[in-house]
Write a protein that binds this ligand. Structure first.
Ligand SMILES: [Zn+2]
Length: 93
């Protein structure tokens, strides 16, 4: 995977600026969350395409580097994502 570049929108799961647009079912290359528009104000709603809550996805990213264990081998490497801006938001698990 080529090195990733900043996008205008922040992923609701990993907090990297990795999304070209929101609410368009884009797969985040950093954490593999599928963006159905859900965000931090709905942490405990089960996301349809991701089949887990955003809170669980964020917890998985913190622990595994992917929104879901099955995606851990698919996500961008630390080098690939090193150029991306990240503004980490606090989640209380
Ligand atoms: Zn992400």
């Amino acid at each position: 995977m080529p090195a990733l570049q900043d996008q205008p929108y922040q992923c609701p799961c990993c907090d990297y600026y990795s999304l070209e647009e929101r609410n368009s079912y884009l797969i985040c290359p950093v954490c593999y969350w599928e963006d159905d528009g859900q965000d931090m104000d709905e942490l405990d709603r089960v996301s349809g395409p991701n089949h887990i809550t955003l809170r669980q996805g964020r917890k998985n990213f913190a622990q595994l580097g992917a929104c879901d264990p099955s995606a851990a081998s698919l996500v961008a490497s630390p080098q690939d994502r090193s150029g991306l801006r990240r503004e980490q938001r606090a989640t209380y698990f």
